[in-house]
Write a protein that binds this ligand. Structure first.
Ligand SMILES: C[S@@+](CC[C@H](N)C(=O)[O-])C[C@H]1O[C@@H](n2cnc3c(N)ncnc32)[C@H](O)[C@@H]1O
Length: 289
């Protein structure tokens, strides 16, 4: 199915692939059964690829609940967002609320609002799971109703799950295709904070993920993974195909040092299999040969 409408992530996500998604998917197979993305985050790769049949999941419950709310009733989410003024007072008040007891559409609206109006669009929670990013003071629109509607229509054919990647990938079958974009193995020893959930993704989780990749390979499942260009990751996946790529990080790196090397890893040769869906103006970085 060729892409008809451009879909955009409705949240800004640390480690988001928006800048390179269009180039990345050229390495994806053209024909496959079901598309799986168990670290979906803001969904930039999903929304660029627009597969006909997909399963997406993430360990961040509030994020997946937001996808679910948009799928069920995007209009209710949009209406709740329209009621929310972009002021520091309102932001702080909302941030202090416990989202658990709220109706799903309101909870989703709160999530989008906090993500888009907070400082640099980070999602970070403390150990009690409370959102703790300061106010951003940006004078800009923080949601687009037309995009929410288009995303909702697209999500009609998408199964949503919440939880750990291993459980989400349990029913993947021969012929399916999986794109994996886990929290990267720590680069350069910078201190990690809880970027996505109240749990950290540690070396042991990367080892668990490599084991799941091994199992998927033995079942005839084609997978491609993005990860950091580190000794540990190169070693962990040394029996697979590995290419260096360039990414552009919007978050967490000082300007001037934003182009960083990372890896594309797969159990099949990394060759260009399809044309680009967007033109160059949509792409902020290119894959290196
Ligand atoms: C690098 S981000 C994915 C970014 C996404 N590709 C995008 O373009 O926005 C990694 C994601 O993994 C999720 N995550 C962390 N630990 C996980 C786990 N054990 N199982 C599944 N997802 C997990 C995080 O919540 C985060 O959304």
């Amino acid at each position: 199915m060729e892409k008809k409408i451009k879909l955009n992530p409705f949240v800004k996500w640390a480690g988001g692939k928006q800048g390179i998604a269009s180039n990345l998917i050229r390495y994806f197979p053209v024909k496959y059964g079901k598309y799986y993305e168990p670290f979906v985050g803001g969904g930039s790769v999903l929304f660029t690829l627009q597969p006909e049949c997909a399963m997406i999941s993430d360990a961040n419950t509030w994020l997946i609940d937001t996808y679910q709310a948009i799928k069920e009733d995007w209009n209710a989410v949009a209406e709740a967002l329209m009621e929310m003024p972009n002021t520091k007072e309102f932001f702080l008040d909302l941030r202090a609320q416990c989202p658990r007891a709220l109706p799903r559409a309101q909870k989703a609206a709160n999530f989008i609002y906090l993500n888009k109006t907070c400082f640099r669009g980070l999602f970070r929670v403390n150990q009690r799971g409370q959102f703790n990013v300061p106010y951003g003071n940006y004078d800009r629109r923080y949601f687009d109703p037309a995009n929410l509607q288009a995303v909702a229509e697209f999500l009609n054919n998408v199964d949503l799950r919440h939880g750990d990647f291993k459980i989400s990938l349990q029913d993947v079958q021969e012929g399916d295709f999986v794109y994996l974009d886990p929290p990267y193995y720590k680069l350069g020893g910078h201190s990690e904070f809880n970027r996505y959930t109240d749990q950290q993704f540690r070396a042991n989780d990367h080892v668990r993920l490599a084991e799941v990749c091994r199992e998927m390979t033995s079942r005839g499942v084609h997978w491609i993974m993005s990860n950091s260009n580190t000794e540990f990751i190169r070693e962990l996946y040394s029996s697979y195909y590995i290419e260096n790529i360039r990414n552009r990080r919007e978050i967490n790196l000082k300007s001037g040092n934003r182009d960083i090397d990372e890896l594309l890893i797969s159990n099949r040769p990394l060759v260009e299999r399809r044309g680009k869906k967007f033109d160059e103006s949509d792409v902020q970085a290119v894959l290196l040969e």
